[in-house]
Design a protein around this ligand. Structure first.
Ligand SMILES: Nc1ncnc2c1ncn2[C@@H]1O[C@H](COP(=O)(O)OP(=O)(O)O)[C@@H](O)[C@H]1O
Ligand SMILES: [Mg+2]
Length: 232
């Protein structure tokens, strides 16, 4: 079930955060990288329904995703995390995870299976007493509850140390095989992207500047100039 994003354009006033962007993502874990402001989160917003494109289409498994009302996309199988982690401080791990089951029709057993997957079963603590890694794991759990088809992870490794990123990496790469979902991963941690993604898409100022096998894309001069150079 590939995901075809075709000629998507988003405009906010005089800004064009996405300019005629097309990518076809094949099943597995695919990366989206680019400097701050490149349009990565805007692309996730289009897929999840927070941003309405002025042009373009998105198709997955023969279905027009943009034709599905945003509030029905969870039932369809869309899951996402946000750059700013969204774990509620006053709720327990279980209740936080269960929020991911709202609007999906998922059962208690499916919430349990998701917590088992990320290794948080039995952790009886409120969100306020979780480490950053545990919070990120709660978010991954939410994303795999029920029958996810498309999982969007927006900078899930931000704030994690290398050992924690490695733990997250293992869970992210396991999602397609275990749950059958296609995963799009936005992250600035190039070690994570290199290890997790077979394919990488690169955005810069709202435009597609590269797309292809990860090693090839990360090695290309245009990408190094636009993105990796910024980091150096
Ligand atoms: N709701 C909005 N209204 C106006 N401009 C926005 C909005 N959301 C994002 N932008 C602009 O769109 C561009 C892309 O932002 P974003 O998608 O968040 O980039 P990234 O996630 O790659 O850092 C930026 O210039 C940002 O300021
Ligand atoms: Mg962003």
């Amino acid at each position: 079930m590939s995901l075809a994003i075709e000629n998507v354009t988003v405009r906010f006033g005089g800004v064009t955060p996405l300019d005629d962007v097309s990518f076809t993502f094949e099943p597995g874990v695919c990366g989206i990288i680019g400097p701050n402001g490149a349009g990565k989160t805007t692309l996730f917003n289009v897929l999840s329904g927070f941003a309405l494109p002025v042009a373009g289409s998105v198709t997955m498994a023969g279905e027009a995703l943009l034709a599905i009302a945003p509030h029905r996309r969870a039932t369809w199988g869309l899951r996402r995390t946000f750059q700013q982690e969204q774990v509620i401080r006053t709720l327990s791990v279980w209740d936080n995870a269960r929020l991911g089951a709202d609007h999906t029709g998922a059962s208690t057993t499916e919430v349990q299976a998701a917590l088992d997957y990320v290794g948080l079963t039995g952790l009886d603590r409120p969100g306020s007493r979780l480490t950053m890694l545990e919070r990120r794991l709660v978010e991954v759990a939410r994303c795999v509850i029920g029958a996810p088809r498309l999982v969007l992870l927006d900078e899930p490794a931000a704030g994690l140390d290398p050992a924690e990123s490695a733990q997250l990496l293992e869970l992210i790469t396991g999602i397609p095989g275990r749950f059958g979902a296609l995963v799009l991963l936005v992250d600035h941690d190039m070690d994570l992207v290199r290890a997790a993604c077979g394919t990488v898409a690169v955005l810069d100022f709202g435009k597609r500047i590269a797309f292809g096998p990860t090693a090839e894309v990360l090695g290309s001069a245009a990408v190094r100039r636009a993105y990796l150079g910024v980091e150096e």
